[in-house]
Write a protein that binds this ligand. Structure first.
Ligand SMILES: Nc1nc2c(ncn2[C@@H]2O[C@H](COP(=O)(O)OP(=O)(O)OP(=O)(O)O)[C@@H](O)[C@H]2O)c(=O)[nH]1
Ligand SMILES: [Mg+2]
Length: 404
């Protein structure tokens, strides 16, 4: 496997840095602008352009607004199982079950990361430049992300400089502490607990992301969790582009036993969002969750549409949407980071949902993404069932990642 390692040897790098005053980050930027990276980016863009144009042509032919590429595959509504044996929300039994699911889901990431870390410290007594170079490679290739890797290395290096007696065997517990410290917590205005009070009624949440990442599924799971916590929830079917998107949300609404406001295929998504927030107000809903069509992060027009949807909701309820949750498919590694980059530039993303962590070896992405974009990871998806969404808890996550 060709590893992405933008780093040179630490000694060489430090010498060059002193000489030219260049920074490690500069090197990384240059490395990512290499001909290979550029070429692969062009291929990706070209594929996306072709897909987008095809979607536009279909939309033009059908007379609907050309807004998005339909997701390749979708679950047949009855295919998603609902567990009947879920322990009651918020109980110790539920906490244990959630931790087990997380440990299970992160197994591949844990095995891979551990394997690399163990290999790294084997036969070494001290943390020297060579160990730090290898640690950089381990973290970058575990999808932790370049910026966060550098942050972790800097902190480890500072500790080593301050305490000469730190040895290589302690490296794992140091990394564990640093990882936990780097991840952000959610702010009180946007609580993660399903029974926590909101400052505004209704509390409006818009869910965005590229195609097929798990937006609608996550909304269904969120609705269920809020409902189980005794909250009054309303869903808005503002994905009016993809055929059967409304029906898919309605099925989740039935499962979670919450109502869905819809207008149907081809309607203006901003109008649906407006109606939903208005209905939420008159019905006394506490939480309003707005589903949106999957959109390619590279298309400015589609990103502008989100701004319009946001604007109309604010006319109904001050400050709405109070949260914009960006859903990222955790199994796509660096591609998810690229999506986050563009979405955060266009929309004011307030929180992240990382889905499909079950069975993925790329769980390391969770570590870097919150630090890289300074946005908290709020929820994680660990399966397709209705109770497979967890509030993100960094301690619990690090425990599941390192064991113990
Ligand atoms: N294994 C697993 N699958 C998931 C998870 N979340 C969503 N999925 C699956 O991902 C697929 C796409 O989910 P959707 O919720 O339809 O995705 P979407 O982002 O709404 O898609 P579009 O509306 O087309 O943009 C479905 O098959 C889901 O069951 C998860 O946490 N784990
Ligand atoms: Mg959807």
């Amino acid at each position: 496997m060709a590893l992405f390692n933008p780093f040179k040897s630490r000694k060489k790098k430090n010498a060059e840095k002193a000489e030219a005053g260049s920074s490690v980050v500069d090197e990384v930027v240059q490395a990512s602008a290499s001909p290979v990276a550029e070429a692969s980016e062009r291929v990706l863009d070209a594929v996306q352009d072709v897909a987008q144009e095809a979607a536009s042509a279909v939309s033009a032919a059908t007379g609907s607004a050309a807004i998005e590429v339909p997701a390749p595959e979708h679950p047949t509504p009855t295919a998603v199982p609902v567990t009947g044996d879920a322990p009651p929300v918020g109980t110790p039994e539920e906490t244990t079950k959630e931790q087990e699911r997380l440990v299970e889901g992160l197994e591949k990431t844990r095995t891979s990361l551990f394997g690399k870390l163990n290999k790294l410290v084997r036969g070494k007594d001290t943390i020297d430049d060579e160990v730090l170079d290898e640690l950089e490679e381990v973290l970058v290739t575990s999808d932790v992300g370049v910026k966060t890797t550098l942050d972790i290395i800097d902190r480890v290096q500072a500790r080593v400089a301050a305490d000469k007696y730190v040895n290589a065997r302690e490296l794992q517990s140091m990394i564990r502490k640093e990882i936990s410290a780097l991840m952000l917590d959610s702010v009180p205005d946007r609580p993660v607990a399903f029974d926590a009070p909101f400052p505004t009624k209704p509390h409006v949440v818009m869910v965005v992301g590229v195609n097929g990442v798990g937006k609608t599924t996550s909304i269904g799971k969120l609705a269920y969790r809020y409902k189980m916590a005794g909250r009054k929830v309303l869903l808005g079917a503002a994905d009016t582009f993809r055929a059967a998107a409304t029906e898919q949300l309605e099925i989740w609404g039935e499962r979670a036993q919450v109502e869905v406001i819809k207008q149907g295929h081809g309607a203006d998504p901003a109008a649906v969002a407006f109606d939903t927030v208005a209905a939420g107000k008159t019905r006394g809903s506490e939480v309003v969750l707005i589903d949106t069509a999957g959109r390619l992060h590279t298309k400015a027009g589609l990103m502008d549409e989100l701004t319009k949807i946001k604007r109309v909701m604010d006319k109904q309820v001050d400050g709405a949407p109070h949260e914009v949750l960006l859903v990222l498919d955790g199994s796509t590694g660096q591609n998810a980071i690229r999506q986050a980059e563009v979405f955060t530039q266009s929309v004011d993303v307030t929180g992240l949902i990382l889905t499909k962590l079950d069975g993925s070896a790329k769980g390391g992405i969770v570590i870097g993404i919150s630090n890289e974009f300074q946005i908290p990871v709020k929820y994680i998806g660990v399966g397709e069932q209705i109770d497979d969404l967890q509030v993100f808890d960094r301690e619990r996550f690090v425990d599941a990642l390192f064991g113990g």
